[in-house]
Design a protein around this ligand. Structure first.
Ligand SMILES: [Zn+2]
Length: 834
């Protein structure tokens, strides 16, 4: 069915979006006038949107636009500031007065700062179009009401949170748009191809990144947030086409227990009155209270809650395209935009009217936070890994980004974070793993202690420590120079950057070896230990001269901050010598990853991002549809993550199997591991579901969501025992490691005693929610397996070692599999008759 909506939108654009708006300043172009089409008729490209904001900045004294950064695809991130000219003239003063009055709430006479954020998920495009309409309204309206907003408020706006994803989707919708428009849900316009526009460049969900802050887009945005610390922040989304509209309050059970109750009890219900009035007026259906998570701190609508502000979520049914049929009448792009615009206007009205409540909220926040800090038996946290400066510094970077006070500890490689500080609640959020929950069916993660993600040793301090020097930037890595050697260079592999170091040298043609057994040797007169997997770089056994080698090793040491030791003998004081057969030559990884339709894009993106950004190592991304014609002989490692791999034909599966049998390596994560097991790539087994429990107790129909939801594993942290003598465990200084698990992939322990590289402990739960039947399956079962397949092998992970780019503590497991995988030959146990 083709429906032509564009004409009617065009003719009545003003009355459709701005009924009873009053007088506009005619010098200010509407988005329609500037762009050349009515809003809703086409998806606006990011560049055009940025140009529109800059035009407003040029023409009006009410708005200024800053560039806050660039995305990976080099798109400009902008932030707009709206306020009256008299405020713009002293904006820096206002900002300082606003920040100074924070904790006392003494900002009655300072303009109220709020922030509107749009389009974090690229294929939820209505909100950025609404951002332009909102910007136009604030800039052009001559209403008394609008003038008062400008006098009494500073309205910040981030019109496109995910420019790369938005453009990917906009391009898709525009390129398939027909005239007349096709509303049939099966039309290609409404069905993006993989990976879709939701994600950023590396296929990450930026609406989980506010807390983890893996991406420059987020870091730029968080810095802007802290520069302003608004009272209110919005986050606009879209949901299924047959849904309606959603505004807060969210599900009560998902209120975060660390955040003072005033927000949930007073602010959300109060604001709901304004939203209700505005949305009732335009006749749209909506829902509240029954869904959406406020627990996790990494959403655009929740991060602010941990800093004494109020985050608001709007969700709009998606037209996904320009018009699409629904179970009632077709939904148009313009309609979705109008609801988002209405939400934006309502939040401005509510905020100015409820200013006193907002100030009260912030006072309460700081009071409760101080009380919590005073009562806390934990006075601070000491953390740091003396063997891994890179990982320690990466964690410190995160703390500083979230404006946590961190102190040096004199004569120590550790650092100190006192709990009694302004951002006490964020300190708890980062360090604590036991938070009491009201509910068991989580939208997402149920725990997020960053200290575990970084795998750093830490301890709780019960007595006050006198802090020494406060850190204001990431500590400079201390890497001492080393002499040129005629014999060999040695490197411990405990630092996070070790694989980056190896790869840089391998790319320059340097031959590196790794020790499968530890040893000690004399370096500069002192005995020094080198653990499992330490790197040995012989000087003579190279295709390059000793001078060139020294130059390359020096360069790699500097770029990866890796400490190198020059030695002049192969005779070690204990353990194996350097010429031992236990010191094996490393193979440069030539890796590919299967991507495309059916593949879990964010899991694949985690691998891509890790290798690209942290190792500067390329990985070929082969589309599942091209696997049939791929010549695999140029690769030695294949990565497969979770996904539905039904597009594989039998011949391709057989081709991969014989490639493995030729001595190559598969690294399979979660669903990818299940797939390789089910398709006979390995003799290892999955745990079978216990069907005896299926005949269970009768339940009321309506309880199904709650009961079944509780069985999922949204994301929790568990402890494993890792074999640190196994190549996958090389470089870990302890056997007890925290892992992130968010799936129901469970392996049986291997029949081969040397194949179960890691096992969950008998009491594995560190933090988060897990269903009682799940934990039973997990206890003592395998978390990492390496199946031996002829001269090849399959490395299988039940958990997600690269989770959201944040799990620095377990990246090493994956990278070990990638770099040491080809050297793993699993011993076959002999049967001994007794
Ligand atoms: Zn969304």
């Amino acid at each position: 069915m083709g429906l032509s909506f564009s004409v009617s939108i065009s003719r009545s654009q003003d009355s459709y979006f701005y009924p009873n708006a009053g007088k506009f300043n005619l010098q200010i172009p509407t988005p329609e006038k500037f762009l050349g089409y009515p809003i809703g008729e086409q998806h606006t490209r990011h560049e055009s949107l940025v140009a529109y904001f800059k035009e407003l900045d040029k023409l009006s004294e009410r708005i200024s636009v800053e560039e806050i950064g660039k995305t990976f695809e080099n798109r400009t991130q902008i932030a707009a500031i709206f306020t009256a000219k008299k405020n713009h003239d002293r904006i820096e003063e206002i900002r300082k007065e606003h920040l100074a009055g924070q904790s006392s709430g003494a900002t009655e006479n300072v303009p109220l700062v709020i922030h509107l954020g749009y389009n974090v998920h690229g294929n939820e495009p209505s909100s950025s179009e609404a951002a332009m309409l909102t910007a136009y309204y604030i800039t052009a309206s001559e209403n008394e009401e609008t003038l008062k907003w400008l006098d009494d408020m500073v309205i910040l706006m981030d019109p496109v949170i995910n420019p790369d994803g938005r453009d990917r989707h906009s391009h898709w919708a525009n390129m398939h748009k027909a005239t007349p428009a096709v509303a049939d849900p099966l039309d290609r316009e409404h069905n993006e191809i993989w990976p879709g526009g939701r994600f950023n460049h590396y296929w990450f969900d930026l609406n989980r990144d506010w807390f983890l802050a893996t991406f420059p887009e987020t870091k730029n945005r968080i810095n802007f947030f802290h520069k302003w610390r608004p009272y209110v922040q919005t986050d606009h989304h879209e949901m299924g086409t047959n849904s309606t509209f959603y505004f807060d309050p969210g599900e009560e059970a998902s209120n975060n227990p660390l955040v003072p109750n005033y927000l949930y009890k007073k602010i959300y219900p109060k604001y709901a009155e304004y939203f209700t009035k505005a949305i009732d007026e335009i006749g749209s259906l909506y829902f509240t209270k029954e869904a959406f998570d406020k627990l996790y701190p990494g959403y655009g609508s929740s991060y602010i809650n941990f800093y004494g502000g109020a985050g608001f979520l709007f969700e709009q049914a998606s037209s996904r395209g320009h018009v699409q049929e629904t179970q009632t009448i077709p939904i148009t792009f313009a309609f979705t935009i109008r609801n988002q615009l209405t939400g934006s206007m309502a939040i401005i009205r509510a905020s100015i009217a409820e200013k006193n409540s907002l100030l009260q909220m912030r006072r309460e926040f700081f009071n409760v936070s101080k009380e919590q800090a005073a009562k806390s038996p934990i006075k601070g946290y000491v953390f740091g890994d003396p063997n891994d400066q890179t990982r320690t510094n990466a964690f410190i970077e995160k703390l500083l980004l979230h404006r946590i006070d961190v102190y040096e500890i004199p004569n120590s490689s550790n650092f100190y974070v006192p709990t009694n500080q302004d951002n006490h609640i964020m300190v708890r959020t980062i360090f604590e793993n036991q938070i009491t929950y009201y509910d068991s069916s989580f939208y997402d993660a149920s725990v997020w202690s960053l200290i575990y993600a970084y795998g750093l040793p830490y301890s709780e301090v019960k007595n006050f420590m006198t802090p020494s020097k406060k850190i204001t930037s990431i500590p400079e890595p201390t890497i001492s120079a080393f002499n040129k050697s005629k014999y060999a260079y040695l490197v411990n592999n405990t630092d996070y950057n070790i694989h980056k170091f190896i790869y840089e040298l391998q790319s320059s043609g340097v031959i590196l070896k790794t020790a499968f057994r530890p040893f000690s040797t004399i370096v500069n007169g002192a005995e020094r230990k080198f653990g499992y997997g330490s790197i040995v770089i012989p000087v003579q056994q190279q295709n390059i001269s000793a001078e060139t080698l020294y130059e390359f090793v020096t360069k790699a040491s500097k770029s990866s901050n890796i400490k190198v030791h020059a030695i002049e003998t192969g005779y070690n004081s204990s353990g194996v010598d350097l010429g031992s057969s236990y010191v094996k030559t490393l193979k440069k990884p030539e890796a590919f990853m299967i991507i495309g339709t059916g593949v879990a894009a964010s899991e694949a993106g985690e691998v891509w991002h890790l290798l690209d950004q942290r190792l500067k190592m390329p990985i070929t991304k082969i589309d599942i549809l091209n696997m049939g014609r791929a010549d695999l002989s140029r690769y030695n490692t294949m990565v497969i993550v979770s996904g539905i791999y039904s597009l594989f034909d039998k011949a391709t599966i057989e081709k991969i199997k014989s490639w493995v049998q030729n001595g190559n390596t598969i690294i399979a994560i979660k669903g990818g591991a299940e797939w390789v097991i089910r398709n006979g790539f390995t003799k290892e087994n999955l745990q079978q579901p216990d069907t005896s429990k299926l005949l269970s107790v009768r339940q009321d129909f309506d309880r199904a969501t709650e009961i079944e939801g509780a069985k999922a594993l949204g994301g929790s942290i568990f402890r494993i025992d890792l074999d640190t003598t196994h190549p996958v465990g090389f470089g870990f200084t302890t056997r007890k490691i925290a892992v992130y698990k968010n799936s129901l992939t469970f392996f049986q322990n291997s029949k081969n005693p040397y194949s179960t590289v890691a096992q969950y402990l008998a009491e594995p739960l560190i933090g988060g929610y897990v269903h009682p039947t799940t934990i039973k399956k997990m206890k003592g079962s395998a978390s990492i397996l390496v199946g031996s397949e002829g001269p090849g092998r399959v490395v299988m992970f039940a958990d997600e070692p690269n989770f959201r780019g944040a799990w620095y503590g377990t990246n090493k497991l994956f990278l070990n599999a990638l770099f040491y995988g080809s050297l793993i030959n699993i011993p076959q146990p002999a049967i001994v008759e007794e």
